[in-house]
Ligand binder design. Structure first.
Ligand SMILES: Nc1ncnc2c1ncn2[C@@H]1O[C@H](COP(=O)(O)OP(=O)(O)O)[C@@H](O)[C@H]1O
Ligand SMILES: [Mg+2]
Length: 259
């Protein structure tokens, strides 16, 4: 269980998150949505233990502030919004970074499996810098996956905290990644990810957290949150929710575009 109580974060002198209360159960996919600058990345960095905060964050009953770096690395993998590399690493070397930052550095078999998962079999020896943006994003996801491969370890759920993991991916690879995440959640792991694409969020998320101006504006099942009135308010533009037969999946479209 991920528990967030009265979470407040200031970056520099700027208050960014103003008291967020929410919890997430493992076995589920949480999509964090909200407009640019609303605080999604800051929230993800806080639960990842990467930014100082006030309030409480607990991962499966352990106060985040008391977990040692290696304990944190064993429990959760983090995909930041933008990852840059200063050195000419090969694809396999980048993925291996996930193994060595985790607690199972001996499991080198996972490198090929993680690359296969993101459809990059055969790319191990290629230079990371010479890949497309979408391919690089998939390498980064493989790096995070090898860090927390099994969704449950020693009886404890593991977590994937992902910031816009599919923003630069084509539709087939977006679906491929979503399948990987669904498998991880079905295996008992927790997934919290920032998603820009509201329709993808509606399709894959079990729960949606809608962030607006550093506050949680709404949270709940996607059909209610993405189909609800809070969405237009948060994004500041008219949005029409629809149901797609036959599965009654919710999808949204902007409307009244030209006045
Ligand atoms: N290092 C920083 N110092 C001050 N303000 C920041 C910093 N990084 C981000 N912010 C501000 O915090 C707010 C939330 O940013 P962020 O969490 O990245 O938003 P989102 O991911 O929802 O687009 C924005 O208003 C942004 O300008
Ligand atoms: Mg962001």
């Amino acid at each position: 269980m991920l528990t967030i109580r009265n979470l407040q974060v200031a970056l520099g002198r700027t208050p960014v998150l103003h008291g967020i209360d929410i919890s997430a159960a493992p076995g589920r996919i949480i999509a964090v949505i909200g407009p640019n600058g609303s605080g999604k990345t800051t929230l993800l960095r806080a639960i990842s233990g990467d930014v100082p905060y006030q309030g409480q964050i607990a991962l499966d009953g352990h106060d985040l502030a008391t977990l040692k770096p290696w304990e944190l690395a064993a429990r959760r993998g983090v995909l930041p919004q933008a990852a840059t590399l200063a050195f000419p690493f090969t694809v396999a070397e980048v993925v291996r970074l996930g193994l060595t930052s985790g607690t199972q550095a001996d499991r080198t078999d996972l490198i090929a499996r993680a690359l296969a998962e993101v459809d990059l079999t055969g790319f191990s020896g290629r230079y990371y810098q010479e890949l497309s943006g979408g391919q690089q994003a998939r390498v980064q996801l493989a790096r995070v996956r090898v860090q927390v491969w099994d969704p449950v370890q020693n009886g404890a759920a593991r977590w994937l905290f992902l910031d816009e993991p599919v923003a630069s991916l084509d539709i087939a690879h977006q679906i491929g990644v979503m399948r990987v995440l669904r498998g991880f959640a079905d295996g008992g792991g927790g997934v919290v990810m920032v998603l820009h694409d509201l329709n993808l969020a509606a399709m894959v998320a079990d729960h949606v957290w809608l962030i607006h101006d550093g506050r949680l504006l709404d949270a709940g099942p996607p059909a209610r949150v993405i189909g609800g009135p809070g969405l237009a308010k948060a994004y500041g533009c008219p949005i029409m929710a629809n149901q797609m037969p036959p599965a009654a999946a919710t999808f949204v479209l902007p409307h009244g575009l030209w006045g």
